[in-house]
Ligand binder design. Structure first.
Ligand code: COA
Length: 322
């Protein structure tokens, strides 16, 4: 009997078009220095008109499958984390299944905003540990540029588009050591994206764009991510020094630095992609993980802490022996 979910492949995709802070400052009242100092972001990628969450997910997924050298037909579960699905239904998971031509899998979406890929990893791990699935594809794919109000300087500078993927397989060697996921709907008003089509008709008309009280979100994020670090270490009876790499959600360099400080980690042990990608929501952690695996920073056998925080609020972590 296999007890662990082992990472056998990773993949990522970023659209070609780069949008710099300077370019944004031509359309809204902001500056490269304000954005970079407050967030750490210099530029982000923007999907082309023909692209969608499922088309980007396909590219990232194919890469993960190729790296793993895995027969796609052995994949028995596909989980897509997205807040920007191509369609209300079918799920982006089903659309991805069709694109990949995989017949014998069950596919569905997870909606946990920026924590989506951590929620996806947690679900995948439960399926594998219980024996209900053997090979699971988890993808985070987001086309944030379509739900951002490009006239709102407090949000439009933050987000970007992209997709990250990871392929997990049941194994006897250690892989995912633990996952921890949480939610608290009390904070629904601090960060949300209305769905005008489905909202109650007597509710105030709002466009379908991200609305955020950034300063308040910031404070809750820093505290919450500090707590999830403690929870994860305690659950594994590990010390801060046992962690080789932190792969955080890429929302703001100051939030990332606060988590690194809590772990007493140098920023050299933290994978940071937001400078050129912005916040790609549920794609960000898997994109960063893929990048550091590809460039050889993350080595087999090392302990990697993935964490994220998002609307809901939702938050979570996954501790992996890679
Ligand atoms: N350019 C210039 N000024 C801007 C600006 C921009 N792009 N966006 C906001 N401002 C202004 C505000 O209007 C405000 O002006 P005022 O003092 O005259 O009212 C001032 O900057 C300070 O705004 P504030 O929101 O307090 O700034 P901040 O230091 O908190 O930084 C964020 C704003 C959004 C960068 C920061 O709060 C953040 O990153 N929050 C977390 C967001 C997050 O993680 N979201 C996703 C969770 S998954």
């Amino acid at each position: 009997m296999s007890h662990y979910s082992r990472v056998i492949g990773t993949g990522g995709y970023l659209p070609e078009k780069v949008l710099t802070n300077e370019e944004i400052s031509l359309t809204v009242e902001t500056s490269d220095s304000w954005i970079h100092e407050r967030t750490g972001i210099k530029s982000r990628r923007i999907a082309a008109a023909h692209e969608s969450a499922s088309s980007m997910a396909e590219i990232a997924a194919r890469q993960a499958i190729e790296v793993a050298g895995c027969d796609p037909e052995t994949i028995d579960l596909i989980i897509v984390a997205t807040g920007t699905p191509d369609r209300v239904y079918p799920s982006t998971g089903c659309l991805l299944q069709q694109r990949l031509g995989i017949k014998n899998a069950v596919a569905f979406d997870v909606q946990a905003a920026c924590s989506g890929s951590i929620f996806g990893l947690s679900i995948a791990d439960q399926y594998i540990k219980s024996g209900a699935a053997k090979t699971v594809l988890v993808v985070g794919s987001e086309i944030c540029s379509r739900i951002v109000d490009w006239t709102d300087r407090s949000t439009c500078v933050l987000f970007g588009d992209g997709a990250g993927a990871v392929l997990l397989q049941a194994a006897e060697e250690k892989g995912i050591l633990s996952t921890h996921i949480h939610s608290d709907g009390e904070y629904e008003d601090l960060l949300y994206c209305p769905n005008p089509q489905a909202a109650a008709k007597e509710s105030e008309e709002e466009a379908g764009y991200i609305i955020m009280r950034g300063n308040e979100v910031f404070k809750v994020a820093v505290n919450t991510l500090g707590r999830i670090v403690d929870e994860t270490l305690e659950a594994n009876d590990m010390d801060k020094t046992d962690i080789d790499w932190l792969v955080p959600h890429q929302a703001n360099i100051r939030i990332i630095a606060a988590t690194a400080k809590k772990l007493k980690m140098s920023m050299d042990q933290v994978v940071v992609t937001l400078e050129t990608q912005g916040n790609t929501s549920s794609a960000s952690v898997l994109l960063a993980f893929n990048e550091a695996v590809r460039d050889g920073r993350i080595q087999r056998g090392q302990v990697v802490l993935l964490e994220a925080f998002g609307a809901g609020f939702t938050w979570g972590s996954a501790l992996i022996r890679y």
